[in-house]
Design a protein around this ligand. Structure first.
Ligand code: PLP
Length: 391
């Protein structure tokens, strides 16, 4: 039974792509070399230069965000966005149990405590109705804050995540934030090119963050950005990520403890070229999804995760769910067999609450998380896999 699922899966995948296929390989088919060379020739390779400004402008244009602040990576973007949302040591920060570790780490860097909320079956993101009921039941209003009755800490922020690029129910989550007066910082690290009702993910909260790590939809080598619609917040973000140095022709005056988080020009040069290719990458990834869908629907034991209703997903990572309990027990053996064939599939992240440093953090009951996460497998998803079709 076990090996049969894997066998069918391998056969179906090999119909579409030829191993070896990595999970998500970067692709450089545009002006990457040209811009990086230009950057080196200009001498401006570090944290000042025209490519950084251009990269920010291109991000605003693509996402429809009013402002973007480029950073060294997505984690640093999230760290600063949380600080600017007022997250501090007396806080708990709500996030889905299913995310990359950086979401919780950034909260810990602020001295705050992650508070894990169960996810929705459909989009694998934070469940707004679970969060709302949890706040009603276990938090009490004191002045302008909601305080956890058990821990005495205040609700500092909500960090929704668009898991694997699929938009979560961000509109309903923003409603919860509004009702309880809790700021939203969207972790859109994986969802560049994903939309909720025609609006780009990462532009709903008081801020949102993107990542340009090597395995994301487009890459700067390493990089991140804070998106915001608030000019004051943009200014503070830029100040805080550039060591809080006050502008002056020669004087080094820093007015608070800042961070050396500004994206270098060299990375931005790569990023500008990648953003030019983004529409094609998104098209290729959608084609790959359609091909997976056409073949995998024939397999009874497997369900392919599709973009949620009213949403457009970038299909960052193609995800399958092993449907039956029996199948779920065989996840590791399925993974093993796929990898042996050069199909470098991966499990979903281990839920954050199961990692040693976060195992004693508060959470809701995590029934959906516990039922579904052990049954998830991410399939090879990079735009390079659709090379021939677009050559
Ligand atoms: C990749 C990622 C980050 C962190 O981005 P880096 O650029 O790797 O620091 C944060 N959150 C999520 C959900 C991610 O997938």
């Amino acid at each position: 039974m076990n090996s049969l699922i894997a066998e069918h899966l391998i056969e179906a995948i090999k119909d579409i792509v030829s191993p070896p296929c990595p999970l998500h390989e970067p692709l450089f088919i545009g002006n990457e070399s040209k811009y990086v060379h230009e950057c080196i020739s200009s001498g401006w390779v570090s944290t000042v230069g025209s490519f950084v400004d251009r990269f920010e402008e291109m991000l605003c244009e693509f996402t429809g965000s009013d402002f973007a602040v480029a950073t060294v990576n997505g984690t640093s973007a999230l760290h600063v966005a949380l600080l600017l949302a007022g997250v501090s040591e007396d806080c708990e920060v709500f996030m889905p149990s299913l995310s990359f570790v950086a979401t919780a780490n950034a909260v810990a860097y602020c001295g705050a405590i992650p508070h894990f909320i169960d996810i929705e079956r459909t989009n694998l993101g934070l469940d707004p109705s679970v969060l709302s009921a949890h706040l009603e039941q276990n938090f009490v209003r004191t002045g302008s804050h909601w305080i956890n009755k058990a821990t005495g800490r205040r609700a500092g922020a909500i960090v929704p995540v668009h898991a694997f690029g699929h938009p979560c129910d961000i509109e309903a989550i923003c409603e919860v934030g509004k009702t309880f007066g809790i700021p939203i910082v969207e972790d859109a690290a994986e969802s560049l090119g994903s939309y909720y009702k025609d609006r780009h993910t990462g532009t709903f909260g008081e801020s949102g963050i993107l990542s340009f790590n090597g395995n994301k939809v487009v890459t700067c080598g390493a990089g991140g950005a804070i998106l915001t619609q608030d000019e004051e917040l943009q200014k503070r973000a830029k100040h805080l990520t550039t060591t809080a140095k006050q502008p002056h022709p020669w004087e080094y005056f820093h007015d608070q403890i800042g961070f050396n988080y500004r994206m270098p020009n060299l990375n931005a040069a790569l990023g500008c070229a990648q953003l030019e290719s983004l529409p094609e990458f998104l098209e290729r990834k959608r084609t790959l999804f359609q091909k997976y869908k056409a073949t995998l629907t024939k397999l009874e034991d497997i369900q392919l995760v599709e973009e949620p209703e009213h949403c457009r997903s970038n299909y960052w990572l193609q995800t399958i769910i092993l449907k039956s309990e029996e199948a779920s027990n065989s996840r590791d053996s399925v993974l093993h067999q796929l990898n042996q064939q050069g199909i470098l599939a991966r499990p979903a992240w281990i839920p954050l609450n199961q990692l040693p440093m976060y195992s004693s953090c508060p959470s809701t009951t995590l029934d959906v998380t516990n039922a579904i996460v052990p049954r998830l497998i991410n399939l090879p998803s990079g735009p390079k896999l659709m090379q021939e079709e677009y050559a």
